[in-house]
Design a binder for this molecule. Structure first.
Ligand SMILES: NC(=O)c1ccc[n+]([C@@H]2O[C@H](COP(=O)([O-])OP(=O)(O)OC[C@H]3O[C@@H](n4cnc5c(N)ncnc54)[C@H](O)[C@@H]3O)[C@@H](O)[C@H]2O)c1
Length: 341
């Protein structure tokens, strides 16, 4: 006998929501029964494109429908906490777009509610379901890159400016999530932030984040919606090899067999007044462009949410991962020296 479908409801179907709705609607064993959106235009969009899904203006009815097992939250970041809390209080599992909430205190409240009722909390950190990001993780874990020395990330483009959150809260959850995944969710020892509000006072368009980790690893994240180019690039420099992950390139991953090693060169006659000279080995070997089999990350994310609901599994982007991301962004805000005058 076929198991009955998992019934879901989605809150918010603006710019990003349609991608979630498309993927969940296409999943076997899943029924997206409702979409709630405050905008009549967005409800009309859903009615045109997803005629089997009922649209609503307010979420109350979905919280009251006992057949709704899970709620997908794709509304603006500032609304995530209250909607997520309401959904958990109504006994629903939740998939919340990034960032899960805007403070660690809020994340902890959600964690307690979910634990008490045995509910799943998953954050939409999509890149953890991205084949290229997972490929780099496997390289790091297998020791292919040697010791990770530093990572830097650029997520830049022109436009889609928001007023409710700055460029850091909008973009950097992705970079922080990926770096945390690669570095096994280690807690950074320091978080520094510098940004600039050029267009709207108090809303940074450009942010540089500097993170330091134990064992001499550093990371830099540059996000901006005020840039001439669309760039989605991350570079990991290891002691053995280096890798560039470029999300907008055809070859998403390039592995460089490059590095510099120190070697001590002893003079022919040992002279204690002139100790061993230090020399360097420069390695500049091949560049490998591996084939990465790609499945749409949101499809994998959607399947994973369903699997977690059905089988009571802890999501790969569950509360612990989401909490570290929020905690780092919150620490970055606290480190913000104020806007330049
Ligand atoms: N994973 C990703 O790659 C990715 C990409 C873009 C956006 N996002 C995330 O998706 C979320 C939505 O972003 P967006 O760019 O689609 O925003 P958006 O502003 O384009 O859309 C939000 C929608 O939510 C609706 N809405 C607002 N408050 C509501 C409420 N209380 N109840 C019901 N509907 C409500 C709005 O009418 C709008 O249609 C954000 O959390 C964002 O960070 C994720």
């Amino acid at each position: 006998m076929k198991p009955s479908p998992v019934v879901l409801a989605q809150l918010g179907c603006g710019y990003w929501g349609p991608n979630l709705l498309r993927n969940f609607s296409a999943l076997p064993g899943c029924e997206v029964r409702y979409v709630v959106d405050a905008s009549s235009e967005r409800r009309a969009f859903v009615e045109r494109n997803f005629p089997r899904t009922k649209t609503l203006e307010s979420a109350d009815a979905i919280f009251d429908d006992p057949e709704v097992a899970g709620v997908i939250i794709a509304t603006p970041a500032g609304t995530h906490f209250s909607l997520a809390k309401q959904a958990l209080e109504s006994g629903k599992h939740i998939l919340v777009e990034k960032p899960l909430a805007t403070t660690v205190a809020e994340v902890d409240i959600l964690a307690r509610r979910a634990e008490r009722r045995g509910l799943i909390v998953m954050a939409g950190h999509t890149f953890i379901y991205n084949a290229a990001v997972r490929y780099v993780k496997r390289l790091i874990d297998a020791g292919e890159l040697g010791d990770v020395r530093y990572i830097y990330s650029q997520r830049l483009n022109l436009g889609r400016i928001r007023s409710d959150i700055d460029a850091m809260w909008n973009f950097a959850p992705h970079d922080v999530s990926i770096i945390q995944y690669w570095l096994d969710d280690q807690e950074p020892t320091s978080v520094l932030r510098q940004g600039l509000d050029c267009i709207q006072p108090g809303v940074d368009d450009i942010v540089f984040l500097n993170l330091a980790y134990p064992k001499k690893v550093i990371a830099n994240i540059h996000v901006s919606w005020l840039d001439p180019q669309k760039v989605r690039k991350m570079t990991v420099v290891g002691s053995k090899k280096m890798v560039v992950y470029d999300d907008v390139a055809d070859d998403k991953i390039a592995i460089y067999d490059k590095g510099i090693d120190r070697k001590a060169v002893l003079g022919e006659h040992m002279d204690f007044d002139h100790p061993a000279r230090i020399d360097f080995n420069y390695r500049s070997g091949d560049i490998l462009l591996p084939r990465v089999d790609f499945v749409e990350p949101l499809r994998l994310e959607a399947e994973h949410f369903l699997d977690c609901i059905r089988n009571g599994k802890e999501p790969a982007t569950g509360i612990n991962h989401a909490r570290t991301v929020v905690s780092i962004l919150e620490r970055a805000d606290a480190a913000h020296a104020g806007h330049l005058r």
